[in-house]
Design a protein around this ligand. Structure first.
Ligand code: PGA
Length: 265
């Protein structure tokens, strides 16, 4: 059985003391789970102090981004090499980075390769925009994103990775859930099935079975069960709701209840 994986992507929110307070509050509310892995992705600046503070039995750390070269004259960048002893995971290919920072398919591929080279597990984000969905191009977009991003990886490396299906049209604008569309489980099922089938076709059965596929886009506690019911969904990449210790711990609690009700633990 694959563990449920829940990642809180704090994006560009919280300074060092605010981040420390949020970890403290989460620590009070979140138990040690054997079958749920909770990962926090705070801003780069706070990774180091949080790595000292947090209880490693409860939380792991992810970076939200890094630069694909290991070192050199790249003003303002932080490499995967610098992060390798600090984080377990790194988020790569988030739609905000693709859209706002012009990360193209090749950049995402180089970042995935750099993460793996530095022993950091990539959380690869894929997903179509509203326009691409309306034009009927969603599957093609997923295909192109997966094909390029994973092209330098072996089957064993893909097996250990996580892939987050995040339709860009369903991602909230901060903690504001108004003004964008909400994806329903029906919208997500075919994309998740497609992602796993692609991995199985290209990298074989073991990778297809073991790669973790997450859903992301306006996840709140109420929708957790509906998405986990989709065959092949292993957890969530949570943005806005991860900044609030009540909602984030409720998402974890709802996932745990879902597991228990399904008799999965
Ligand atoms: P959201 O963000 O949960 O605020 O929609 C998800 C994401 O961007 O990963």
């Amino acid at each position: 059985m694959r563990k449920i994986l829940i990642i809180g992507n704090w994006k560009m929110h919280l300074n060092a003391s605010q981040a420390s307070l949020l970890v403290h509050r989460l620590h009070e509310r979140i138990r040690i789970y054997r079958d749920i892995e909770v990962v926090l992705a705070p801003p780069m600046l706070t990774l180091q102090p949080l790595s000292v503070q947090l209880d490693r039995r409860k939380f792991r750390l992810a970076a939200q981004n890094a630069y694909q070269k290991d070192e050199g004259a790249f003003t303002g960048e932080v490499s995967f090499t610098m992060l390798r002893d600090l984080v377990h995971y790194v988020i790569i290919g988030h739609s905000e980075r693709r859209r706002l920072f012009h990360e193209d398919l090749d950049t995402v591929r180089d970042k995935v390769a750099a993460a793996v080279r530095n022993n950091i597990t990539p959380i690869l984000c894929v997903g179509e925009t509203k326009h691409e969905r309306d034009e009927g191009e969603a599957k093609q977009v997923l295909h192109d994103q997966l094909m390029t991003a994973l092209s330098n990886l072996t089957a064993a490396e893909v097996k250990d990775a996580a892939i987050a299906y995040e339709p860009a049209w369903a991602i909230s604008n901060g903690s504001d859930y108004i003004g964008h569309e909400i994806a329903k489980p029906d919208d997500v099922e075919s994309a998740v099935t497609y992602i796993r089938a692609y991995i199985t076709d290209v990298f074989g059965n073991t990778a297809g079975k073991q790669v973790r596929v997450l859903y992301g886009g306006s996840v709140v506690p109420d929708v957790v069960g509906g998405f986990l019911d989709i065959p092949g969904v292993d957890g969530f990449l949570v943005g806005g709701a991860s900044l609030n210790y009540h909602t984030f711990s409720d998402i974890i609690g709802a996932s745990q209840r879902w597991q228990r009700d399904k008799g999965e633990v």
